[in-house]
Design a protein around this ligand. Structure first.
Ligand code: NAD
Length: 460
């Protein structure tokens, strides 16, 4: 029985009844594919297992080759976890998508140089899905796959799924929306590098293009997400919920970053202030820091784009962005000023940058603000040693033309250190380990605020 019959006649379908294709196997798509594979159950009615019906598709040939050899460059899955896969297929071959009941799209949604949404990947994926279901319009012989459903997980502005993706699917499939195919939207909320909150542990917001579609989407996710699902009232509501989650976080961090600048002028420690303030029951616990990556620093621009289209320029959202983006200048200026105050000849000094990725315990360096810091420091002609145990040095070199080492040269002493990312490897350093790499007048800037206070590091 195919999804159409199953959903309409009975809500009790099983993952093993469906062919599910995931388009885009990055930080979002791969964990989802693994989780679907894990829950790929046996249909108790038929006793049948269809372990080859989850298809992981990506246009990046290198990524697919790596996954086929059980290597995940995002560090989310170890070699042995691949060995436990039941039947997930990794492929670049779009022909394999054709018989799918369910398509889940998890491709990137970055911003362009003008900070407007860059929907290229999403549009390409929608075209591909349209082409993959096109055969249904010509050849309606397959009773099992009458009404495919396309679920988008990529973060977008409210309205994008139905205004941008659906028309492309209709155009390339020759099928009619909500008559011949359904859509859904279920934003991803994973936190790469976080061992405590995996995909199954985070409540999933679901939505569909009609009641039936919403039920299908919700059923699929409730089968694989232990924490449960929340069915939003429409696709647009689910899209808006995702962007506001990250926009709220961006603004809260911006407020604390602004506080950090003020505390510095006051000559008091931001951390001390926050410790005191959070003894009030309704004070929200945020820390100052760099907001990089492709979610929190990007999603507010998606919301802004749509809002401007509707004639309203958001002020709070954009001022939060401005403050958070400006933190790199602030950090560099304070660092240089303190080196000079300590009579350090900055031109000849060895400066160590610890961490390049946009967040701790994650190899992802896209939109990392540490890169902005490095570029600014390079303008001062400092002798920089850049260390990150997780990022791929080759990829960084290709993109930004600077060298990154995976380990610190422990025989070297540094006059300045910026601890930019709280990777576990750096957190494991003892007071003596830090002292060992610092020369007598070393200035150390602890952006993440985790170093022993005895080191008297600069902090936000
Ligand atoms: N990374 C996160 O922490 C996170 C969390 C929540 C939501 N999101 C959102 O999820 C989406 C995906 O993010 P990500 O971090 O997984 O991105 P990613 O760059 O890690 O992975 C995306 C993958 O999609 C592939 N791809 C691009 N175009 C394709 C196409 N037409 N067909 C098939 N594959 C294609 C790329 O090759 C890449 O492997 C984005 O919208 C992002 O904002 C990300």
């Amino acid at each position: 029985m195919g999804i159409n019959n199953l959903i309409i006649e009975s809500p009790d379908f099983y993952l093993s009844d469906l062919q599910i294709s995931i388009l885009g196997l990055g930080y979002v798509g791969l964990p989802l594919a693994f989780q679907l594979d894990k829950k790929n159950d046996i249909n108790p009615k038929t006793g049948k297992e269809f372990f080859s019906r989850i298809i992981g598709f990506d246009i990046d040939k290198k990524r697919i080759e790596e996954l086929k050899t059980c290597f995940d460059r995002t560090n989310e899955f170890k070699n042995e976890e691949f060995k436990n896969l039941k039947g997930l297929i990794f492929t670049c071959d779009s022909d394999l998508l054709e018989r799918s009941d369910v398509f889940i799209v998890s491709v990137p949604t970055p911003i362009d140089d003008s900070k407007n949404p860059d929907l290229r990947f999403l549009e390409e994926a929608s075209i591909l899905v349209g082409k993959s279901i096109n055969y249904l319009s010509k050849n309606k012989f397959n009773p099992n796959i009458k009404k495919p459903i396309i679920i988008f997980e990529s973060t977008v502005y409210p309205g994008a799924t139905e205004e941008v993706c659906v028309p492309l699917i209709e155009e390339f499939s020759n099928l009619e929306f909500n008559k011949d195919f359904y859509c859904g939207y279920s934003p991803e909320r994973i936190n790469p590098g976080d061992p405590k909150r995996k995909i199954k542990d985070i409540v999933k917001v679901t939505s569909g293009s009609c009641k039936e579609a919403a039920n299908i989407v919700d059923k699929i996710y409730s089968t694989i997400i232990d924490a449960g699902t929340f069915m939003a009232s429409s696709i647009k509501v689910a899209e808006a919920a995702k962007v506001i989650e990250n926009t709220q976080r961006d603004i809260n961090i911006a407020l604390i970053n602004e506080l950090a600048v003020i505390c510095n002028k006051l000559g008091i420690d931001t951390n001390d202030v926050l410790k005191a303030a959070k003894t009030k029951w309704n004070f929200i616990d945020f820390k100052p820091g760099l907001v990089g990556g492709h979610c929190i620093g990007v999603d507010p621009y998606y919301l802004t784009f749509k809002s401007k289209k509707l004639g309203y320029t958001p002020e709070v959202v954009l001022s939060g962005r401005k403050i958070n983006d400006g933190m790199t200048d602030y950090i560099v200026e304070r660092f240089i000023l303190n080196l000079l105050k300590n009579k350090i000849n900055i031109i000849d000094s060895n400066i160590l940058i610890l961490g390049v990725s946009f967040k701790e315990n994650c190899p992802d360096f896209r939109n990392s603000l540490v890169i902005k810091i490095i570029k600014k420091l390079q303008k001062y002609n400092l002798k920089l040693s850049i260390v990150d145990p997780l990022v791929d040095p080759k990829e960084i070199f290709t993109k930004y033309s600077f060298k990154v080492f995976n380990n610190i040269n422990e025989n070297q002493k540094f006059s300045g250190i910026i601890v930019a990312v709280a990777h576990d490897q750096f957190k494991a350093f003892s007071f003596d380990d830090w002292k060992h790499i610092m020369d007598e007048s070393c200035i150390i800037f602890d952006i993440k605020g985790f170093l022993p206070s005895r080191l008297k590091a600069l902090r936000l």
